[in-house]
Each structure stands twice: as structure tokens, then as C-alpha cells.
Design a protein around this ligand. Sequence first.
Ligand code: PRX
Length: 631
Amino acid sequence: MTAYADFYRRSLDDRNAFWAEQAKLIEWHHTPNSICDESRPPFTRWFADGTTNLCHNAVDRHLKQRADQPALIYVSTETGAERTYTFRQLHTEVQQAAAVLRGLGVKKGDRVLIYMPMIAEAAFAMLACARIGAIHSVVFGGFASLSLASRIEDAAPKVVISADAGSRAGKVLAYKPLLDEAIRLSKHKPEAVLLVDRGLAGMERSTGRDHDWAELMQRQRDAKVECEWLASTDVSYTIYTSGTTGQPKGVQRDVGGYAVALAASMKHIFLAQPGETYFSTSDIGWVVGHSYIVYGPLIAGMATIMYEGLPIRPDAGIWWSLVEKYKVTAMFSAPTAVRVLKKQDPAFLKKYDLSSLKALFLAGEPLDEPTARWISDGLGVPIIDNYWQTESGWPILSLVNGVQAQTSKFGSPGLPVYGYDVKLVHENTGEELTEPGQKGVVVIEGPTPPGFMQTVWGDDERYVKTYWETVPGRMVYSTFDWGIRDKDGYYYILGRTDDVINVAGHRLGTREIEESISSHPNVAEVAVVGVADALKGQVAMAFVVPRDASLIADDRAKLKLEGDIMKVVDDQLGAVARPARVRFVSLLPKTRSGKLLRRAIQAVCEGRDAGDLTTIEDPSALQQIRDAVAR
Ligand code: PRX
């Protein structure tokens, strides 16, 4: 058996001993005796009698050895800001922020919703919540008022932390009006709103509710706030993600299991050493930002770069210049970003000294072979694809090179990661597929490893129903991804089995987009599907049946309505969810029982065969889709 095969087997067969060993990678206030409690499947409780704190492990723990080493490096090519915070300085900022939150009445278990651009204060806010045991819920700054409202309503935060604005490609995006509108729409009203004023956009303040971050921080200048010792199974945060229904799910994570999972992944997968620098280009609004901008690198005692800006501004060398300047050892990005760079002058890849860089990790969407080869040749470092989900919190498939150097195969994110009992099953029968090359649904056999979601926030039943009861005859966790495995055990991910689409690495629910489009008064019916795109991986394509059918023959009216519909989506969900095109038809392809034939629509859009159409109500509907696409 190879070293990794042995490591992997022990993680499943000798689970308690394996994870007790990994648990030593973090500091505990009370060291756990209970390791894996699987007495109530599919819920798993990790290190249940242990107590610890994420902020302690990310910040305070490092004060002994590296107080004056860099911890957070904030770079914005949007505003020109660039600042390094040492662990000592980070400790001070986080204590102040914790004192501010306490001053606003935030206590252990209270929710704090963070709707912020990529600024250092966002990391302070997250860590401050972790410090006092408040549950943070970070919402991606690219989401607009309706998306935000549904999250405010579900998380019911006592406090919301936000800023005047974000900025993208030099264009200021005001957050405050979107936040005000979201609070207006939400049934739940936060008691207080804490606002960072970047001086980018003016802000109207609501007296009594809105507070100024800088002012309150200043008042807590010398604050000392100790970490709360939390039960390992206490809730650290929730993060909302899309699924089959229009209503986003709050993925809920624990404290101790997450800390251990991240510490172990930093060591075994991301080849981290304390004192080095990690650069993840994601956003704190996504799971990668939680795990590998904020918590993972800091827990590992590394400096982490928080970058606000595009990969190609001021030019396509910006990321590599940061690698040179800060001696980045590990970088984490998404295939879409690489495809964006691929359109630029390749000389930028050679312009800077990249000798510190050990590997580039890519995740979030399928990594196509040409893109992988281009960046691998250009940088001259290994490219390590890794597959996971908001739900898992850390890689499910990857190469665990820290345990044993593994051969990589282009197009595959690699092998099951320790702790994950990954299987392929038949979609309809649930039967396990064991032969190489068979296509099936990627599932995980319980108990789920540390760091994995605990449940859906406030809805255990939804957690069980959504994830654990979809495969006939078996209680397994469904990833909702198609996959195949080759003879060497390497997996290949072939896209989602549900209505989730992946646009530029951003996970979006087509149902949410449909609901938003339906709110336009001239929309009778709508179908949104994900269509393959050379740059973004997928884009959303909308097919609308207008209430006013005469519009279909009028090109100018169609163009106007298309623009209006896009604006509705921009305003409600955010530009990330805007469909690439809106096409108009007089009816949508459905089965005789009235179910939308999404897969057929998608196939037609991608120029593939529409598949089995025996149940279609009216074949002319699909012809209309074909014609609309051809136009
Ligand atoms: O479809 C898979 C795709 O992204 C989904 C999860 O997205 P999200 O919850 O935003 O988490 C991203 C964490 C990196 C998956 O169900 N996906 C993620 N990574 C890969 C991938 N598809 C192919 N290859 C990957 N490496």
C-alpha cells in the first residue's frame, strides 16, 4: 500500500485515532476525549467535549512565536490601499472589533451578518465574531437587495456590518442603498448597522440604528477582549448557498471540527509552513474565502493576502507582482481567472520572480486541460485542482501531496481526500458503481468528516431531505455532481445533477433567477438553464414567454424587454446572476405532466442532441428554442 493509500484508509477505518492525531494541530482549551460521535446519523458531532476558539487559533495562538510577522496583507488595486497587519496588530484590531460588537449587545450565539467588500475590516469582523462566539453570516458583496433580504430574514442577525461601497474595475458600487432596501424588504430588522465609510459613496444614515465603524473602533482603542471558550460543536458561522429550490440554504458549520479540518488541510494539501504567505484570489463572500483567505492560512500561522481588484488591472501582471513582493508560497484561484489571464500577453507570467511559489491550487469549477496546461507551462509550478463545495468547507477530491507526492492527471481533481468516503452511485437505482468509466452521482458515505456542514441553519429536516434522501435505498450525502472514476481511482467531475449552475466559479440557482425574472409584469413563464461558455465555464440563458405575445414578432420591443429583465435581475439578485441572454418564445418545452424539460433546453443550447423526448407535450416548443438560439 502506498503512503497515501494507508493514510486514507486509516482516516476511515480508524477514524477516532486518525482524527485525534489531527486534532493536535490546533490548540484546545479543553482537549476532547470524544472524537467522532455518530450516534444520530446523518448528523455527526466532532470533538464534542472539547472546547476551543477559531479566533484563538487564527490569531492569539501565534503571538508567542510570530507576533511581529505579517498576518493579514490587504491590497486593493481599486483604491490603491496596501497595508500589512502583523499578528500583534491583527490581535489589537480584532479585540477592538469584538468590543464594538459587545457594545452593540452582541452575545454568544447571536448572528452578525457581514455584507462587505474585500477590505481588512471584513476579516476583523469575522474574527471578532469568532472571538466572542457570535455566528457570522457573510453575504457576497455582489449580491443585491432581494438576495440579501432573504439572508437577513433567515439568519435574523442582531447586527449587520457593511460599508458605503465596493469597487470593481474602478466603478463604485454603493452597498448602503442595497442594504437599506434589503432591510426594508426583510421581516427581520437588525437592531444595529455598523458601517465602514471608505469615502467612496455617500451614505444616508438612519439615526439610532446606523453606527460608524471607525468611531466605535476608536472608542475601543485599548480594549481587551478574551476569547470565549466554545464547545467544539457550537456554531461558528452560516453561509448561504444555492440549491434546487429558490430559497438559499444556510450551511451551518461548527467550531472545533472546522478548525481541525482546516489545520490538517493546510498541512497535507496546501503544503503550508508557518511564516509563509498564502494568496487566495477568492472573495470572503464565498466558502473559499472563509476557509482559505481568512481561517485556514491564519490557523497555519501564515500571512494571508486579501486582494480587492481584478486580475488584469492595472495589468495582467498584478497577481504575479504580489507573488514576488510578498514571497507567496501557495496560491489559490479559480479556472475562470486563469482563462481571463490566458487572453492577455503571456509575457506577464515571466515578468516577476515566482521562485517562492510551490503550487497553484484551482477549484470551484471544472478545470479544462488547455487552461491547466497553459498556466502550468507559464508558471512552471504544479497546478493542483481540487473539488469541493460550500457544504464540505474543504477539499473532497484533490492530491494530498503533503502526505505523498501524487501524479496529477489533467482534467481530474484527483483522488478522494482523507476523511471522505467518496462513492459513485446510479442515479435511479442507487446501486454503487465500481467499474472504471461508469458515470454516476458522486456521493459521500457518512459519517461526514470534521469541517463538513453540521446542518441547514434552523432546519435539520431540510438538511436530511435535501442531501441525504435523494439516492434510492441508501442514506448517503449527495454532492449533486456527476462523476466518473478511472482505473487508478481518479475522479472526473461532469457537472451538476440539479438546477445549480456555475458561472465563473460562482454558484447560482437557476430557480432563484427564474423567480426574479417572473416578477417582471410582462413575464408569463420563464426557464433558466446553464449553457457552456468558453470563458466563464457556464452562463445563464433565459427563455421567457411574454404575457404580450405580439412582442415576439417585434425585434425592438424584444430588445427593450430583454434589457428590462436584466435590470430586474441586477437589482434583485446582483449582476452576477444576470442571464447572458433573454430569448422569447410562445411556449416552453414541458412534459405532458407539466414539468419543464430543462435538460433538453440545455442540450439544444449547447448544440447537443436533446435526448429522450417521448414525454414532451408539444415538440414545436423545443423547435422554438432551437430557432431562438439560432437567431
Ligand atoms: O459542481 C461542483 C463545482 O462547484 C460546486 C460547488 O460550488 P461551491 O459550493 O461554490 O463551492 C466551491 C468550493 C471550491 C460543486 O458541486 N466544483 C467545485 N470544484 C470543482 C467543481 N467542479 C469541477 N472541478 C472542481 N475542482
